[in-house]
Design a protein around this ligand. Structure first.
Ligand SMILES: NC(=O)c1ccc[n+]([C@@H]2O[C@H](COP(=O)([O-])OP(=O)(O)OC[C@H]3O[C@@H](n4cnc5c(N)ncnc54)[C@H](OP(=O)(O)O)[C@@H]3O)[C@@H](O)[C@H]2O)c1
Length: 256
């Protein structure tokens, strides 16, 4: 499958919310909450069959099947044309970006390609794509951009060297975008989850592991309330405050 399916050629009557990385554990839970609120959705991801299955499932709640678009965040030459095609067919009110990838750092150490993929999937791709959404919403004077970064971006750590660097860059990008779009009517939100029970966190054992639906509730509530930076669950705000305040010589000795 390539390109658009499901919505038909006519311009959608109701402005939709785009879910990028729609098949992610977190985005699925966010989609379910948006669907329950009656929002019109457009699902974007790199696995067409998984998107179609998700759309059929959401149809049960929405009464209409969301459109599905196959779009890889690493397809840099194709981004502009795909964005034009998207906005020709659909009118948009917001975008939720959840695409991301995490390799164990020792795999990145052995294979520089994985470091590149980590930086491009978590930072370069989302930034290039969100730039286009920012331009679209700015022109209309409204819209929201909500993007999943991570608590990992709050302080560089050897155990997740490439991933933390990418998420730090993404958080800085979103802060800059918020600054750039101030006063335009466009709302930009940074989401910083801790551990969330999804494919990405498979194998992680932590008492702090959160369920995707809990995180999705935090995200959709914060979009409604226009909260610019959220930690989810909230406890991570305080955990990261402590972690950021640990002096470097002490931090180096900790096995975090
Ligand atoms: N789970 C956690 O503990 C945690 C904590 C903090 C932040 N996050 C962030 O939360 C976001 C969602 O992750 P998740 O936890 O829900 O994990 P997930 O289920 O593994 O989702 C990752 C998503 O990224 C998509 N993706 C990966 N490479 C892509 C590419 N090149 N182009 C388009 N999409 C691509 C995947 O698509 P496919 O389905 O095709 O693989 C999948 O939909 C990520 O940004 C992640 O970094 C997660």
């Amino acid at each position: 499958m390539d390109g658009m399916t499901g919505a038909g050629p006519a311009h959608s009557a109701k402005a939709g919310i785009v879910l990028f990385g729609a098949t992610s554990g977190i985005a699925r839970a966010v989609a379910a909450r948006f669907a329950a609120a009656g929002e019109s959705l457009i699902l974007i991801g790199r696995d067409g069959a998984a998107l179609e299955a998700m759309a059929l499932d959401l149809e049960k709640t929405l009464g209409a099947k969301p459109a599905c678009i196959v779009w890889d965040v690493l397809d840099f030459p194709g981004h502009a044309a795909r964005f034009r095609a998207l906005t020709t067919v659909h009118s948009l009110k917001g975008v939720f970006m959840a695409a991301g990838i995490l390799f164990p750092q020792d795999e990145c150490d052995r294979d520089p390609e994985k470091t590149r993929l980590t930086l491009e999937t978590n930072l370069t791709g989302p930034a290039v794509i969100l730039d286009m959404f920012a331009g679209y919403f700015r022109q209309r004077g409204s819209g929201f951009i909500s993007c999943v970064s991570s608590v990992a971006g709050d302080r560089g750590r050897g155990k997740v060297l490439a991933y933390a660097a990418a998420k730090a860059g993404l958080s800085a990008y979103l802060a800059g975008l918020r600054h750039r779009l101030a006063g335009t009517g466009v709302f930009v939100q940074t989401v910083k989850p801790g551990f969330v029970r999804t494919r990405m966190a498979a194998g992680v054992k932590s008492r702090l592991m959160a369920e995707p639906d809990r995180v999705a509730l935090d995200i959709t509530t914060a979009i409604r309330d226009r909260r610019e930076v959220i930690y989810t669950p909230w406890i991570w705000k305080w955990i990261m405050l402590i972690i950021k305040s640990i002096p470097a010589p002490v931090f180096r000795r900790l096995k975090l």
